[in-house]
Ligand binder design. Structure first.
Ligand SMILES: NC(=O)c1ccc[n+]([C@@H]2O[C@H](COP(=O)([O-])OP(=O)(O)OC[C@H]3O[C@@H](n4cnc5c(N)ncnc54)[C@H](O)[C@@H]3O)[C@@H](O)[C@H]2O)c1
Ligand SMILES: [Zn+2]
Length: 360
């Protein structure tokens, strides 16, 4: 199968390209090599982690109709990973996020409709859920609102029951939970899903969104305002500094290895071919075993040989306290099985190369 991997020069996209190539498929890469992801001088993937030779790479933007039309020639399916990621520097980044992520998705989908390409795997995200799932001892399942600055300043990080103010017990979010994006990036990721669903209805296309949890592994970008927390910690350790853990370190996440995310994409591409036209489905994509940010920092620091993490009590307003997915559906319906467990993955990541940025 010839598969267009948008964002195929990125952290996750390049892992998907390798997985598809080794599975006998023909990946084609379309990537704009954004400076926010690759540095101003272009790509600098970690040296031990090149794309397989012979992979056709088109340097271009998914927002550009002609580029997209050219990239789609002879393609059987699209794996759409291109996006601006992370929280960004400040709100001034919003137009660029919306442009790359939502306008880009719309241009891609229109191009697919014109070219008769019907199968799409979309890189979704757990961020669409906002503050995961919580239960109040008295009120059952509740949805806490955004955390108040006064609470965060006072070190009160746990969201409280909107009805009675009691501390809540975090649970596992399932795919039917309502969308509740809490920052610009999250809003663009939810809009991508809505656009993909509208495209399936209008064109008879078939789409699966894989809502990735916190992805980590070799080739992760170094710490920029656009990178993930595992990369901040790993980069600090590489500089000989202690990882700085925000809040009290008790934030729960699910860390899923990039190779497992790549295999989820391969499984989803195969499954699409059995689906009815006009269907859209979302699957949580996590390891299935939640850990706290503090645990992750300690595991990385230990495997790296120190220094030990420090808990700073700082916070970022757009962050959610806990969000952990129930990824059973992806295992049960598509037969996906993550292979890398937390301890083993963090030991590898502690010394693996990050994606070099050409400006550093
Ligand atoms: N890393 C995570 O933990 C995580 C979690 C959930 C979802 N995701 C999603 O996974 C996908 C891949 O993320 P990543 O972590 O590999 O990030 P990344 O920055 O390493 O890769 C994204 C790639 O997309 C390219 N790109 C961005 N805008 C583009 C545009 N307009 N045209 C063409 N190319 C463009 C960038 O140059 C980059 O190479 C994204 O859609 C992201 O939202 C990532
Ligand atoms: Zn309550």
């Amino acid at each position: 199968m010839r598969v267009l991997v948008t964002g195929g020069a990125g952290f996750i996209g390049s892992s998907i390209v390798r997985t598809l190539a080794s599975g006998g498929h023909e990946p084609v890469v379309l990537d704009a090599l954004l400076p926010s992801a690759h540095g101003p001088a272009g790509p600098g993937r970690s040296v031990d982690d090149p794309l397989p030779s012979g992979v056709r790479t088109i340097v271009g933007d998914v927002r550009d109709r002609d580029t997209v039309a050219g990239a789609l020639a002879g393609v059987d399916a699209v794996c759409h990973q291109a996006a601006m990621v992370g929280l960004g520097k400040d709100f001034a980044d919003a137009p660029e996020y919306v442009g790359c992520n939502d306008l880009g998705t719309a241009v891609l989908l229109a191009g697919m409709a014109a070219a008769g390409v019907r199968d799409l795997v979309l890189a979704g995200s757990m961020v669409v859920y906002g503050e995961g799932r919580y239960d109040c001892p008295r009120h059952g399942a509740v949805r806490p609102g955004p955390r108040a600055v006064a609470d965060l300043d006072a070190g009160q990080f746990e969201p409280r029951c909107p009805a009675c103010g009691a501390e809540l017990v975090p649970g596992l979010v399932t795919e039917d939970a309502a969308g509740d994006p809490r920052n610009v990036y999250a809003a663009t990721k939810l809009a991508q899903e809505h656009l993909a669903a509208a495209w399936t209805r209008a064109t008879g296309g078939r789409a699966v969104a894989l809502r990735y949890h916190n992805v980590y592994g070799p080739g992760m970008p170094r710490d920029t305002p656009y990178a993930g927390v595992a990369s901040f910690f790993r980069s600090a350790l590489a500089r000989g500094e202690a990882p700085r853990v925000f809040e009290d370190g008790g934030q729960r996440r699910d860390f899923v290895h990039v190779r497992d995310v790549a295999s989820a994409n391969a499984v989803a591409l195969a499954a699409l071919r059995e689906r009815e036209p006009g269907t859209f489905d979302a699957y949580n994509t996590g390891s299935g075993t939640p850990h706290t940010i503090g645990e992750m920092a300690r595991a990385l620091a230990a495997a790296h040989g120190g220094p030990a993490p420090v808990v700073t009590g700082e916070y970022r307003l757009g962050d959610v306290r806990h969000v952990t997915a129930d990824s059973r559906r992806l295992r049960d319906e598509l037969g996906w099985k993550p292979e890398t467990d937390f301890g083993e993955g963090m030991r590898e990541f502690a010394t693996a190369l990050l994606r070099a940025r050409a400006d550093r």
